[in-house]
Design a protein around this ligand. Structure first.
Ligand code: GLC
Length: 541
């Protein structure tokens, strides 16, 4: 495989609404991000994945775009955006734009035209169908609850929206739609962005009439066309949000020979705590063995024919420490455990804002405290279907997207230093102790664990290129793997449990064979181990 910069990169995701406010309106903005670039440089990351900053009515916090070539008023101006790209570049940080092109906002000018009449030139930019027996065309459902079809009184047809009804799906079969998207992408590439994160890109090949949504037959043709028409001429990172990808499907997207994307961002490991065939709200406990199997499969199956992302968190997922760690007694230990386990694997790691200081979920008691459209819609739907309120709130506290969206905790001043105004979403009250400032003052903090791990990737080819081997004769709660590269072997161990777990390792040669650990131990200790709760370390064998 020819070496690419994004194979050694570490990406940091910024959710601009919640990162840093600079003007006191309670909403994060581009100037705020610029102010925090020194912090990100200190962390050592290579690129920022910027969740959408385009003009949007914010039905889904920017994932409903009404103008791809203008900046959301609350976030600033195009000048601020240019300044962000420039200032990031000065720190060797690339800006990866979120590309949301499965749908637009219903307030996008294309849709405003499209809904005017059946013979409007923009009609076919979206997916319109006649009613069937006076009802919806078929049983496709929206990810945000209810039917995916919305009736338009005026023209007496339904339009498709796989997300909210303010997010009508674009008709990718229309060549003009594709050309508009290529033009828009080229506009951003010419500005010098470092690539694109492609929102629900697996959906663009859908065949609505056959109720096929993900992985439709034309998906890869479109991506090859996109590559040819836009970013193929640039040295950029492209990552597809690919729900439901198997390793075989991942190769279709990311085999360098196919000229599609750099890598996939797939979710198999983070779907393991939901009941099979049900929705994400239908919870089940994590089986660590299953996690080991799934991760190991992805670590070994792609070979030279694909590339994968590594992540625990993003703006749609609950905080990992609350989810599969312990966010009270062992918050620091479990946060570091997840970091060590993930950052020494093969792939491109993504850190979601606040993860590097061990931010945790922020439970709510009532639906009135929730902003996220997905949770709100689900709440009303399930209530109508007879679920108990407590049960629904428990699902939201476990899986709701607001958990990850509470404002970044910078320091212990009011509103965690996020804003001088009223924050758009509640700040987690734990900010007095849990914040960036406290992390930077403590050499043993979660932040410095992340910083060290990022540095390892830059300095050690074994982290980027080494072969992965799962170690199976260990206690069930222990995730242990080896990396092999040019005669070297590293062992990585992570204990998911709080009970006793014993482990035997070959004796280490010398003390500097201990690469990183989340508990203080002398090198001699690593031979015969009683693992502590959430203990994790990496050693050279
Ligand atoms: C992706 C985004 C999510 C958004 C959805 C619709 O899954 O990550 O935040 O709501 O697409 O654009």
């Amino acid at each position: 495989m020819e070496m690419k910069w994004w194979q050694t990169a570490v990406v940091y995701q910024v959710y601009p609404r919640s990162f840093q406010d600079s003007d006191g309106d309670g909403i994060g903005d581009l100037k705020g991000i610029i102010r925090r670039l020194d912090y990100l440089e200190k962390l050592g990351i290579t690129a920022i994945w910027l969740s959408p900053v385009y003009q949007s009515p914010n039905d889904d916090n920017g994932y409903d775009i009404s103008d791809y070539q203008n900046i959301m008023t609350e976030f600033g101006t195009m000048d601020d955006m240019d300044e962000l790209i420039k200032q990031a570049d000065q720190r060797n940080i690339k800006i990866i734009m979120d590309l949301v092109v499965n749908h637009t906002s219903d307030e996008h000018k294309w849709f405003i035209e499209s809904r005017k009449s059946k013979d409007n030139p923009y009609r076919d930019y979206y997916i319109w169908r006649d009613p069937v027996n006076g009802d919806v065309p078929n049983s496709l459902r929206s990810t945000f609850s209810g039917s995916a079809w919305e009736y338009d009184e005026e023209s007496r047809q339904y339009y498709l929206h796989l997300f909210s009804k303010k997010q009508p799906d674009l008709n990718w079969e229309n060549k003009r739609v594709r050309q508009e998207v290529w033009d828009m992408m080229n506009f951003w590439l010419e500005k010098g962005v470092g690539g694109f994160r492609m929102d629900v890109i697996d959906l663009i090949g859908k065949i609505p009439d056959e109720e096929v949504t993900g992985n439709g037959p034309k998906l890869h043709d479109y991506l090859q066309e996109m590559n040819r028409e836009t970013f193929g001429r640039y040295d950029v990172l492209t990552v597809g949000e690919t729900w439901g990808a198997t390793p075989e499907i991942a190769k279709l997207y990311s085999d360098p020979k196919r000229n599609e994307l750099s890598m996939v961002f797939q979710f198999e490991h983070v779907c393991l705590d939901q009941q099979q065939g049900k929705e994400k709200w239908d919870l089940k406990p994590l089986d660590v063995n299953e996690l080991k199997q799934v991760i190991s499969k992805w670590q070994t199956a792609l070979g030279d024919e694909g590339w994968n992302s590594l992540f625990w968190n993003n703006h749609d997922l609950p905080r990992i420490v609350s989810r599969w760690g312990n966010d009270t007694t062992y918050r620091t230990e479990s946060a570091k455990m997840f970091a060590i386990l993930l950052h020494l694997m093969k792939g491109t790691p993504y850190i979601y804002q606040g993860e590097e200081i061990g931010m945790i979920n922020c439970p709510i008691n009532d639906i009135s405290e929730v902003e996220d459209i997905e949770s709100v819609n689900m709440y009303h739907e399930r209530l109508a279907n007879g679920y108990k309120k407590e049960e629904i709130i428990a699902s939201i506290n476990a899986k709701g997207r607001d958990n990850a969206r509470t404002p970044m905790q910078w320091d212990d001043t009011e509103n965690a230093g996020f804003t001088t105004g009223t924050p758009w979403l509640h700040v987690n009250p734990n900010y007095h102790e849990l914040n960036v400032k406290a992390n930077l003052e403590d050499p043993n903090s979660i932040f410095f664990c992340y910083q060290t791990l990022i540095q390892f990737r830059k300095e050690n080819p074994i982290v980027v290129w080494g072969d992965f081997e799962l170690v199976t004769d260990v206690p069930e709660q222990v995730f242990m793997y080896l990396r092999h590269y040019e005669g070297q072997t590293w062992a990585v161990v992570a204990n998911f449990g709080e009970g006793k777990a014993s482990l035997q390792l070959p004796s280490l040669g010398q003390s500097d064979d201990v690469i990183i650990s989340n508990y203080a131990r002398s090198a001699a200790d690593f031979h015969q181990l009683d693992l502590k709760p959430y203990e994790a370390f990496a050693v050279k064998l």
